[in-house]
Design a protein around this ligand. Structure first.
Ligand SMILES: NC(=O)c1ccc[n+]([C@@H]2O[C@H](COP(=O)([O-])OP(=O)(O)OC[C@H]3O[C@@H](n4cnc5c(N)ncnc54)[C@H](O)[C@@H]3O)[C@@H](O)[C@H]2O)c1
Length: 420
C-alpha cells in the first residue's frame, strides 16, 4: 500500500482512532485539534480518552514519528495531500445536526490554502446530512481549483473502534472526481473491505441509513424481547433463532425500497401482535407504527400515480410476483383509489385469471372491486392496445416482462423498484 501524508482534523473518538490506525498502517499522519489537552496527549504518546487498544498504537506511532499532533491548520497541512475531517456534528435542540465545527474547520483549511495554494483532497469523515458537502464544504473551496472534496463516512463503534478500523464493516467513498475518490479509497487498502465508490450525496446518505437501521434493529429486538417477557417465552432464544435464518431474516431480503407490503400474512400477524401486546398493557410503538408506515407508503404511491395523465395500465395485481393471492394486496387498494377518482384503468397480472381463483381469495377481490373482471387484461399487449398511456409496475418483473415493458414504448412508473 503506498503511504500518504494525511492531516486528520479533530482528535475525538473518530479522529484519534483514525489518525493512530492510519499511522499504524504506514501513513504519515498529523492530527489537528483545537483542544490543547488532546494534542498534548497524542504528542506524549497517550490516548486522549479510553478506547481499547488505542493507547498502545498512539504510543508506538508517536514514538516512531509517524503520528504527530498540532493545533493549527497551517502545521497540519504542511505536508498533507489528504485532509480527513473528523470534527463533531452534535445535535441541535430541534434534532438537526450542528455544522458549526465543520464550517469552522473548512474555513480554517481554506484560509491556509489561500496563503499557500496547493493540491488537497478534503475528505469528510464526520456524519453529515446528504447535500452538506455540496452546500457547505464545496463552496468554501470553490475559489481553490486544486481542492477536491469527497465524502468518506466512518462506521466504527466506540468500544471496538480500533478493531472496527482494522476490520471495517464497510468502506464508502463518494465524490465526483474519480481520481480523488480512488486516492481516498487507497488509504484503506489492505483492510479487507472492498470500498464502495458512490456519488457524494449517496455516501452521505449511506451513513444515515446504516445508523437508522441499527437503531431500528435494536428497538425491534427490544420490543420482541419485551413481548416475550410478558408471554414468559425466552426472548434471547427467540431472537437467536430468528438470526439463524440467513435467507429471509439476516440477509438482503426485504431491504430494497419498493412497493407497500400486503398479502395474507404480514398485515394479519402484525395486527395480532399489536392487539395482544395492547391487551398485555405493553407498548410496542415501533411495531405499532409499521402498519401506519405501510399505509403512508401506499399513499405516496397513490399520489404518484394520481399525477399521470390519461389511461393507466397496472402491471401486477397480487401483493407480490408469482402468486395469485389477492388478499390484502396493496394493488387492490390502489385500484380502488384510482376507480374512486374516476380514472380509466386496466390491470394485468401474469398469474391471475378470475376463473381460476376461488374461495377467500375470490371473495376478497369481488368484495373490493365487484367489476374486476371487466378491468382484467389477458396480457401486456392488451393493456397497450386498449390505450394505456402509462404502465404502473407493482411487482418484481421477470426478465421476460422487463423486455416486454421496454418494448411496449410506454413510460413505466416503477413502484416496485426493480427497473433501475
Ligand atoms: N463517536 C462515534 O462512535 C462515531 C462513529 C462514526 C461516526 N461518528 C461521527 O464522526 C464525527 C466525530 O465524532 P466524534 O465522536 O469523534 O466527535 P468528538 O466530539 O469526540 O470529536 C470532535 C473533535 O473535533 C475537534 N474540533 C472541532 N473543531 C475543530 C477545528 N476547527 N479544528 C480541529 N479540531 C476541531 C474537537 O475539539 C473534538 O476533539 C461526528 O460527525 C460523528 O457523528 C462518530
Amino acid at each position: 500500500m503506498p503511504s500518504s501524508s494525511i492531516a486528520v482534523f479533530g482528535l475525538g473518538y473518530v479522529g484519534c482512532v483514525t489518525a493512530a490506525c492510519l499511522a499504524e498502517t504506514g501513513h504519515q499522519v498529523t492530527g489537528v485539534d483545537r483542544d490543547a489537552h488532546k494534542v498534548q496527549n497524542v504528542r506524549e504518546g497517550r490516548a486522549p480518552f479510553y478506547e481499547p487498544g488505542l493507547e498502545e498504537i498512539v504510543k508506538s506511532n508517536a514514538a516512531s514519528g509517524r503520528l504527530r499532533a498540532c493545533q493549527t491548520a497551517a502545521e497540519g497541512l504542511e505536508h498533507a495531500s489528504i485532509a480527513l475531517i473528523c470534527v463533531g456534528t452534535p445535535s441541535e435542540p430541534n434534532g438537526n445536526m450542528s455544522l458549526d465545527q465543520l464550517r469552522r474547520v473548512t474555513q480554517e483549511i481554506a484560509a491556509e490554502l489561500d496563503k499557500r495554494p496547493r493540491p488537497l483532497i478534503v475528505a469528510i469523515r464526520s456524519t453529515v446530512f446528504p447535500g452538506t458537502c455540496e452546500e457547505v464544504v464545496l463552496p468554501a473551496f470553490r475559489h481553490l481549483p486544486e481542492v477536491r472534496v469527497v465524502s468518506n463516512p466512518e462506521f466504527l463503534r466506540e468500544g471496538s473502534a480500533v478493531r472496527d478500523f482494522r476490520e471495517p464493516p464497510l468502506t464508502v467513498v463518494g465524490g465526483d472526481d474519480p481520481a480523488a475518490v480512488q486516492t481516498v479509497a487507497g488509504i484503506y487498502e489492505g483492510l479487507g473491505s472492498a470500498p464502495c465508490l458512490v456519488a457524494l450525496r449517496t455516501a452521505e446518505m449511506i451513513k444515515y441509513a446504516c445508523n437508522a437501521f441499527h437503531a431500528v434493529k435494536i428497538s425491534f429486538a427490544n420490543e420482541i424481547g419485551a413481548l416475550c417477557d410478558r408471554l414468559e417465552v425466552p426472548g434471547q432464544e427467540v431472537m437467536a433463532t430468528l438470526c439463524r435464518d440467513t435467507k429471509l431474516n439476516i440477509s438482503p431480503a426485504y431491504l430494497r425500497p419498493g412497493f407497500a407490503f400486503g398479502g395474507s400474512c404480514l398485515p394479519k400477524d402484525l395486527r395480532a401482535v399489536n392487539y395482544r401486546a395492547s391487551r398485555l398493557d405493553l407498548k410496542v410503538p415501533m411495531l405499532e407504527s409499521v402498519m401506519q408506515s405501510n399505509h403512508e407508503h401506499l399513499a405516496r404511491a397513490m399520489r404518484r400515480v394520481d399525477q399521470l395523465q390519461g389511461r393507466i395500465g397496472i402491471v401486477g395485481l397480487a401483493f407480490k410476483e408469482n402468486t395469485d393471492d389477492l388478499r390484502e394486496s396493496p394493488v387492490v387498494a390502489l385500484l380502488e383509489h384510482l376507480l374512486g377518482k374516476g380514472r380509466e384503468l386496466r390491470v394485468w397480472d401474469p398469474h391471475i385469471r378470475l376463473e381460476s381463483i376461488y374461495g377467500a381469495n375470490r371473495d376478497y377481490i369481488l368484495n373490493s372491486i365487484p367489476h374486476i373482471g371487466k378491468l382484467l387484461a389477458a396480457n401486456l399487449s392488451e393493456l397497450v392496445s386498449w390505450g394505456a398511456e402509462h404502465l404502473v409496475l407493482t411487482q418484481k418483473p421477470s426478465e421476460q416482462l422487463q423486455g416486454e415493458l421496454a418494448a411496449s414504448g410506454r413510460p413505466v412508473v416503477d413502484l416496485a423498484g426493480w427497473l433501475n
